[in-house]
Design a protein around this ligand. Structure first.
Ligand SMILES: Nc1ncnc2c1ncn2[C@@H]1O[C@H](COP(=O)(O)OP(=O)(O)OP(=O)(O)O)[C@@H](O)[C@H]1O
Length: 209
């Protein structure tokens, strides 16, 4: 069983400590809500797991292997997938181009994957800027499915969505966990906190000096 372990994790920006003494083990197959006050360090912790930030001290172990020993490209390709509040798609490019950015897929495969998220193949030619927020997040979910990473990091993925699209995102993330992925969602949304298997409050990881 894969796990992701943070051992004595600390992150400082100059002399400001965002968090310290983070000791926590995430298990694949589960969903985690990462909560805490604005500026508390949720995004910083997600980015540290995603190799976009480096811990000031401590380590992050994936199956007991320090993630910093995994080459960044390999890590991004095989282990880490992101879902963001603002979708992180290229607005001026088509849905098809966005889905093919990392790896080329046949149109039939793209259509099949899009249909899982309630969009048909006619969306492939649409420019992302013509999509509604809910449709854009469905495209981002499709991209995540195609990438098929072990760890899904979601930063406020429901923040800009109505209830129906929020439920679609949560159902999709649950399915990914059921398929054996680890899903970590940074959120301010109580509904998402209640949905997750485990709740992790970042503000509990800030010891006094
Ligand atoms: N590159 C950086 N340089 C300096 N300070 C930073 C940097 N990135 C983040 N910070 C600071 O670290 C703290 C934690 O920020 P972070 O974005 O992780 O919080 P958050 O819990 O995700 O907040 P929110 O809920 O508002 O999104 C903030 O005070 C932020 O200003």
């Amino acid at each position: 069983m894969h796990d992701l372990k943070i051992v004595n994790g600390e992150k400082r920006f100059d002399d400001y400590t965002v968090f310290n003494q983070v000791n926590y083990t995430f298990m694949v197959g589960r969903t985690y809500a990462l909560v805490g006050p604005s500026g508390g360090g949720k995004t910083t912790l997600l980015n540290s797991i995603g190799q976009l930030e480096t811990l000031t001290s401590g380590e992050i172990l994936l199956d007991n292997r320090n993630i910093n020993t995994i080459p960044t490209l390999e890590y991004f390709r095989h282990f880490i997938g992101y879902l963001f509040q603002n979708y992180a798609l290229i607005d001026e490019a088509s849905v098809q181009q966005n889905l093919n950015l990392v790896k080329h897929h046949r149109i039939a495969e793209l259509s099949r994957q899009l249909e899982q998220y309630g969009l048909d193949g006619s969306y492939l030619k649409r420019k992302v800027y013509t999509l509604s927020g809910g449709e854009a997040q469905r495209v981002a979910l499709t991209r995540l499915s195609l990438q098929n990473p072990l760890i899904v990091l979601a930063d406020e993925p429901t923040g800009a969505l109505d209830q129906q699209n929020r439920e679609l995102v949560l159902t999709s993330l649950r399915k990914m966990a059921d398929e054996g992925k680890l899903v970590i969602v940074a959120t301010h949304d109580d509904h998402v906190s209640q949905w997750a298997d485990d709740l992790l409050d970042i503000s509990t990881f800030k010891a006094a000096f």
